[in-house]
Design a protein around this ligand. Structure first.
Ligand code: HEC
Ligand code: HEC
Length: 256
């Protein structure tokens, strides 16, 4: 859950509160006993649902705040940061084969981890570990790490430099205005992202394409297997054509 997602939930709750007030008003103006009972029971169901929804939001907000402060703590002095990087590098031995020794992917479809935001990396490793995001190898590997291991891995990869690739200039030019209009507000003007919003600049072209198609297929209920959900990305990807996706990926993969 990101800060934006939390805000979206809050907005939804605002609407819920108004609906609740409407139910109370209707029940006051309702004089037949059956009608009154119906209104009262809807109010009761409403209050219960609202209570549980608030608990979930609070838990997710706490979790994100904890991740941010953990990562900050691990990097609070140059010594601590170097230590975290060294420990992360040690744990990354199993990852090198696919993600590269410096976090630059060595295989088609495997994302670059170099220069990615550490909070985003940590959140994704947690999602693989508890099964919210699905990938056979990633699920198996993530389960065996302690919280410290996950944080150190995230800090290690974030400290590496991403290698930008050359892409089709015509497509990249087409992707730029789409990116500026639809994506820059969260992923940053230059694609560097922030906290839990992924860095996209320099990401693998093939990975960006597949990921956007996955989000789009989920939103249209077309995915055979759902590997990953995002309440924010799915409606955004819903409106993208194949051509938009290709252009966006070509633009982002070459972006420094
Ligand atoms: C066999 C290849 C393989 C190995 C080994 C591997 N990964 Fe991955 N990793 C992948 C693939 C493929 C994905 C993309 C999964 C998807 O989206 O379907 C991925 C995704 C990720 C992501 C999410 C990145 C993003 O941009 O969302 C993180 C973080 C990650 N891996 C970390 C690790 C770490 C840490 C290790 C070592 C402990 C590791 N991986 C080992 C193949 C691998
Ligand atoms: C309202 C904020 C917001 C906007 C606008 C937005 N994104 Fe995202 N994006 C996110 C969040 C949050 C995630 C992480 C989702 C998750 O938790 O898995 C994400 C994830 C992604 C990923 C996966 C990154 C990775 O490393 O796996 C891609 C690719 C992506 N967005 C592309 C785009 C593109 C292209 C656009 C514009 C068409 C866009 N996004 C617009 C918030 C946004």
């Amino acid at each position: 859950m990101t800060i934006q997602e939390t805000k979206d939930y809050r907005d939804k709750n605002e609407i819920s509160l108004q609906l609740f007030a409407f139910l109370v008003r209707s029940s006051d103006s309702c004089h037949i006993i059956r009608c009154k009972m119906l209104m009262l029971s809807s109010q009761l169901i409403f209050v219960t649902l609202f209570f549980f929804a608030s608990l979930t939001i609070q838990a997710k907000e706490v979790e994100l705040t904890r991740m941010i402060s953990d990562i900050e703590k691990q990097q609070s002095t140059p010594g601590r940061k170097q230590n975290a990087i060294a420990m992360g590098k040690e744990r990354a031995v199993l990852c090198n084969q696919c993600h590269g020794v410096d976090g630059n992917s060595r295989k088609k479809g495997v994302p670059n981890l170099a220069e990615q935001n550490p909070v985003y990396l940590l959140d994704q490793i947690e999602k693989f570990a508890d099964g919210r995001r699905k990938n056979y190898v990633m699920n198996a590997l993530s389960k065996n790490f302690t919280r410290d291991d996950k944080e150190n891995l995230a800090i290690f990869y974030a400290s590496m430099k991403v290698n930008v690739t050359k892409t089709n200039t015509r497509l990249a030019k087409k992707g730029q205005p789409i990116y500026k209009a639809l994506c820059g507000s969260c992923h940053g003007e230059k694609g560097a992202g922030q906290a839990n919003y992924a860095r996209l600049a320099g990401q693998q072209i093939h990975y960006i394409e597949t990921t956007l198609r996955q989000f789009r297929d989920n939103s249209k209920n077309k995915s055979k297997v759902i590997k990953r959900r995002s309440v924010i990305m799915e409606p955004i990807a819903n409106g993208l054509s194949d051509d938009d996706i290709k252009s966006l990926a070509a633009y982002l993969a070459q972006l420094k």
